[in-house]
Design a protein around this ligand. Sequence first.
Ligand code: C2E
Ligand code: CA
Ligand code: CA
Ligand code: CA
Length: 279
Amino acid sequence: SKEAGRNCYSFFEPKMNANAHAQLQLQQELLGALDRNEFLLHYQPKVVAPAGPMIGVEALLRWNSPQRGMVAPDAFLPLAERTGLIVAIGNWVINEACRQLKLWHGQGHDSWSIAVNLSTVQLGHPGLVDTVRDALQRHDLAPACLVLEVTESTAMRDAETSLIILDQLTSLGVSISIDDFGTGYSSLLYLKRLPANELKIDRGFVTELAQGNDDAAIVSAIIALGKTLGLKIVAEGVETAEQQALLTRLGCNTLQGYYLGRPVAAEKLLASLDSVQEI
Ligand code: C2E
Ligand code: CA
Ligand code: CA
Ligand code: CA
């Protein structure tokens, strides 16, 4: 074909279906993305219910690809996980988040915390605890202002190993948040053993939330469970005033979602806080 010889893998082409080819192309671009400095973080406010003040942000990874434009994590994280690239990318995320938080602290927002997402491969990688410790030291940050978000299903996969790693992270003084709660299958006994500080109700429950339906009952039950375990309750995906009011009434401590603030680049965060009170 005309394309033959342009790419090192082109001799596989006849056997390869279009999807596999697209994945290889993506992988090749992703491989150099870190060195080319193409990753950045967007930050979404986490606010005290119902409307502020803002207590911190969640860092959300973006890939600014010259070929593809701004790429959302769902489009490349699965591949980054499969190839192990997520470890290097994730280490960059942890350091960049700490660097940015230190800047904000220096600008007077010294009570803000920052949340970073950890995937299954990262949690299973032996270097994680050192990476987190080093990043906190390098940026001279109090460990308590770093929140590590781990999904319920990530924490459940290889549950005993996860417990050991999460205990080590907790020993550093960082906070652990159980993300996408309600979508996994954790037993209550396992939940009780998890060294978590916070539980995030999955957006799926929040989206359907309206007075009187099943989701309101489920959210109430999750909140009651979380409070019994001594956890702070965060709702994610809050998009309407109605959801904001209902979640507050049901007892959520912290809200996050487009209604309170969209994920934005660091330099746009302060301007985006018009609707929420700022510390
Ligand atoms: P997540 O941790 O559950 O993050 C919340 C996702 O919901 C984000 O999507 C956020 O932009 C979006 N969101 C926030 N508020 C609303 C809302 O009101 N409505 C709707 N419809 N969506 C809302 P995003 O940024 O595309 O991230 C998707 C997932 O990618 C994240 O889900 C997280 O699992 C993963 N992720 C993001 N950044 C990182 C990272 O640095 N490392 C790792 N390992 N995973 C990451
Ligand atoms: Ca998250
Ligand atoms: Ca989530
Ligand atoms: Ca999610």
